[in-house]
Design a protein around this ligand. Structure first.
Ligand code: DLL
Length: 431
């Protein structure tokens, strides 16, 4: 499979497919999920009122709170003997949620993930090192099934054990790696410590996601490893990785919109926004059977757009996700995402992409501190130089983002590394 036909059809044809699948999905949840039936009845909506794509906005939203309320199986739309797999969110930022898949759902997921790999040029000759965690997290198994479906060779190493990751990079010669962007940077440190250089490995591309990352971070990974770094997006509730991903153009992520119907809504008014407008991305799963979700509010901030893509795919695109509304900092009235701070930090060559943002409230005022590790060269330099750099970064954050922050340069390797999603924000206000 080089490209699935559905990825390059006309908009009219896509809308017909989406409309048909939407109608089927709405009927399926109305008939089989009491929670959805009640939700629809409470606003006087019957499945017959949804006749096609244009009726999407009539449907009620689904939120994480709904999934918590119906935990664990209240949203399951088939008999439990049809469910072959469950995954669960880590629950680190709140209550755990569970998602359930039928055999057909796992199949569709493998297909969309295979498309994502094909989009970056992966084929049967490639060896893919899957360094996302395997288990309840969808990253490992999701990418695994996709690479295997494509016919590539999979190394299911999972996350962590970085020394072994490096050993495999050298010995098993993977050509593609899949992990979080922050873990990729950590692997570079481990490689360097072990005296390994990029000439000793065979990577040519990476499929990075599961956390927000900036364009500057992409450049840094591409420079350090001499590879192409591609963005992949997804969330457990909708399926896992493979909801959207970049192609060779590296300009926006093509959404697999024949399976996941996207919309952008205003976070405040919940009104749908047009192409090119920034807001929260909302998905309706239109092919899932086990646990379909209607207008699921992701809390992820981005824009939708269409362009004449070099890869000839016509699938709608989303911009790289700026961050989650949960992680948005409001500093004296200015909204900022950690990824924007990351982008400014990476303009400075004497600091590393390892940073943490500490938010606190002192005398009723929110304070923002940005801790960023300096590189070894700067660390051994004079204090005066370090202080000057702190001032320069403070100035850049203020002029680019319009907020004042206290910048603290930290010693190399002093900020904790993560094997999966990096922890960027420490919010002391909640304690
Ligand atoms: O992170 C699925 C995944 C695995 C995606 C591997 C890509 C690669 P969850 O653990 O449910 O699922 O977390 C989903 O992570 O709502 C976003 O806030 C964030 N996220 C995922 N991919 C990206 C990305 C997986 N490429 C949540 N850029 C989502 C920015 C991302 N944020």
């Amino acid at each position: 499979m080089i490209r699935d036909r559905v990825e390059s059809i006309s908009l009219d044809e896509m809308r017909t497919i989406q409309g048909k699948r939407l109608v089927e999905t709405v009927k399926h949840v109305y008939d089989n999920v009491a929670y959805y039936r009640r939700k629809m009845e409470s606003i006087g909506l019957l499945p017959g009122d949804i006749r096609g794509y244009e009726d999407l906005h009539k449907l009620p939203f689904t939120t994480k709170a709904d999934l918590i309320e119906t935990y664990p199986y209240g949203m399951v739309a088939v008999d439990m003997d049809k469910i072959v797999r469950v995954h669960a969110s880590s629950g680190t930022t709140g209550k755990r949620i569970v998602v359930a898949y039928t055999k057909e759902d796992i199949d569709t997921w493998a297909d969309v993930m295979a498309r994502c790999f094909a989009r970056i040029g992966t084929d049967v000759n490639d060896v893919v090192q899957v360094a996302y965690g395997y288990g309840l997290f969808t990253g490992g198994l999701g990418t695994h099934y996709g690479a295997e479906r494509l016919g590539a060779t999979v190394i299911p190493i999972s996350g962590g054990n970085s020394r072994r990751q490096v050993e495999f990079l050298i010995d098993l010669k993977p050509t593609v790696i899949a992990c979080t962007p922050s873990y990729m940077l950590h692997l570079y440190e481990v490689m360097t410590e072990a005296g390994v250089t990029v000439d000793d490995i065979s990577l040519k591309a990476g499929l990075f996601g599961a956390e927000p990352w900036s364009e500057n971070m992409r450049k840094e990974i591409e420079r350090l490893f001499n590879i192409k770094a591609y963005d992949i997006y997804g969330l457990s509730e909708i399926t896992g990785p493979g909801v959207a991903s970049e192609c060779c153009a590296q300009n926006g992520l093509h959404i697999n919109e024949d399976c996941y119907l996207p919309e952008i809504v205003d976070t405040e008014t919940q009104q749908p926004l047009g192409l090119g407008m920034q807001g929260e991305i909302v998905f309706t799963t239109i092919k899932k059977k086990g646990m379909p979700l209607i207008r699921y509010r992701t809390k992820d901030i981005t824009k939708l757009f269409r362009d004449d893509c070099r890869c000839k795919r016509t699938l709608v695109k989303m911009e790289r996700v700026m961050g989650r509304t949960d992680d948005m900092l409001i500093i004296r009235g200015v909204n900022v995402f950690p990824s924007q701070i990351e982008s400014v930090l990476l303009e400075f060559s004497s600091v590393t992409p390892n940073y943490q943002i500490v938010v606190d409230r002192i005398n009723m005022m929110d304070t923002l501190e940005v801790r960023v590790e300096m590189n070894e060269n700067l660390f051994s330099d004079e204090v005066r130089k370090i202080e000057m750099l702190e001032r320069n970064i403070t100035g850049a954050i203020e002029s680019v983002l319009g907020i004042s922050a206290k910048v603290k340069l930290a010693e190399p390797k002093s900020i904790e590394r993560s094997e999966g999603k990096a922890v960027r924000i420490i919010d002391r206000r909640k304690i």
